[in-house]
Every structure is written in C-alpha cells, then in structure tokens.
Design a protein around this ligand. Sequence first.
Ligand SMILES: C[S@@+](CC[C@H](N)C(=O)[O-])C[C@H]1O[C@@H](n2cnc3c(N)ncnc32)[C@H](O)[C@@H]1O
Length: 233
Amino acid sequence: MQNKNEEVAFFTPLADEDYAPLSDDLHDFVISIIGPHVRGKILEAGCGTGVLGRKLSTADITGVDICPSMIRTASLRSKHKYIVGDLEDKNLFPAGSFDTIICPWVLHHFPDIDTVAQNLKTWCKPGGHIILVEPNGDCLVNRLSKLVRDVMLLTGKSIASYGTSNETDHKCSVYLSHFSDCDAICIERYGSDMHEAKSRDRLVQAKQMLYGAAKWLPQKFGEPGLIIIFRNG
Ligand SMILES: C[S@@+](CC[C@H](N)C(=O)[O-])C[C@H]1O[C@@H](n2cnc3c(N)ncnc32)[C@H](O)[C@@H]1O
C-alpha cells in the first residue's frame, strides 16, 4: 500500500524547483511517441508541475496530483486546470470523463497498482487511450538500483536520491496483466542513449553510467524507460 504522507513530504520541496524527472531530450522523445495518441479531453494523472502537459499542443487538459505544492507550481506555469487529488480515490472523477489519460512517471510510486489501474480504466471512455510512461522494471540496472535501495533501507541509511520507499519499478508484464482487458497498441522501451549524468549524487551518476553500458543488452533488459499505450476496453 502506498504511503501517501511520504509521497507528499518527498515532493513538496521539489515543486519549488519546477521539478521534472526527465531531461528535455527524453520529454521530446516521449512526446514523439505518445503525441499521435493524445486526443479530446485529457487527464494528466500525477501531473507534478505539469511539465509534460505543457509540451502537448492541446487545450483541454486537467492535471491531478496528491501533492498540493506541485499543483500550486503547475497552476502558476500554465492555464490548464489543476486539482489536488489521490489517484486511488475512485470518486475523484465520474466514469468515462476523459478521452485520453496520460500517467507520466507515476505508477511506479504505487507498490500495488491494482486500485489505480482500475480507476484509470473507469475514468477513461471506452475506446479512449491510457498512456503509461514508467521506469522499465525488466531493466537490469533498474533492478540493481532497487536492490541497493532496499539494502540501504534495511540498514537505516538515507534513500533521498532514490525517491520514496513506495517506488517499485514494475515489469512490463505487471502493466499488461492489470490492463489485460485493454489492447496494448504500443510498447516502447527507451532511454539508455538519452540519459544525462547531471546529478551530483554519486549513486545517481553511477546508475547513469551503467545505463550507457547496458544499452548493448536486448532492449527489454537494457533500456531504462517504458511507454505503453492502451486502448481502453
Ligand atoms: C516522479 S513524479 C512525476 C511527475 C510528473 N508526472 C512528471 O512527469 O514530471 C510522481 C508524481 O506522482 C504524484 N503522486 C504520487 N502518488 C500519487 C497519488 N496517490 N495520487 C496522485 N498523485 C500522486 C507525486 O506527487 C509526484 O508529483
């Protein structure tokens, strides 16, 4: 179960920095893949500062995030509608409210995606698109990184550079099984070529070097990022 206080506490100070987990290159790549599938009334679920939505050339976007300071920053940066809410609250929106739901870099913040996946399917119109952009839980570097994180947690060390303890890099098969009543119309793995070692944190720098080395592995195990686009059943 997701520890919601930890999510809000972790992301509150980051909102002031206009936080975005992806580099510009990665955002542009993601937009090039998802852009043709985005249409109509859009929900940016777990929008953070709304950085991805701002890059989409579409007018009708609602952003929702559990962290009030993220919503404050998003509202200052754009004219879209932003609200504070929990994606595990099924009453957040009426059924069939959206043509497209984009969930960028969010579902790995839920150790169990059962409730949130069900809600996304309910809020999306039948035939609408549900777009997930996530870490690739099959990627060997991501798996090693989570192992290091878990050892640090067990020994009581800080995990600030690893985000929150909720973070779980789900495998592609986990997403496919939770959305098995939908068609997966696009599965794309990406990112090892585009990571920039900007962080001063040694662990993050090491991870980014390993991503570079892992690009020689088959995509499933080498690429750190995953995009899946579903047609809602
Ligand atoms: C890694 S950030 C991604 C932010 C944004 N989507 C982006 O790509 O820049 C994860 C976001 O999910 C939000 N979040 C985590 N749990 C949530 C929940 N239960 N309901 C809504 N938002 C949540 C966090 O507050 C945070 O803004």
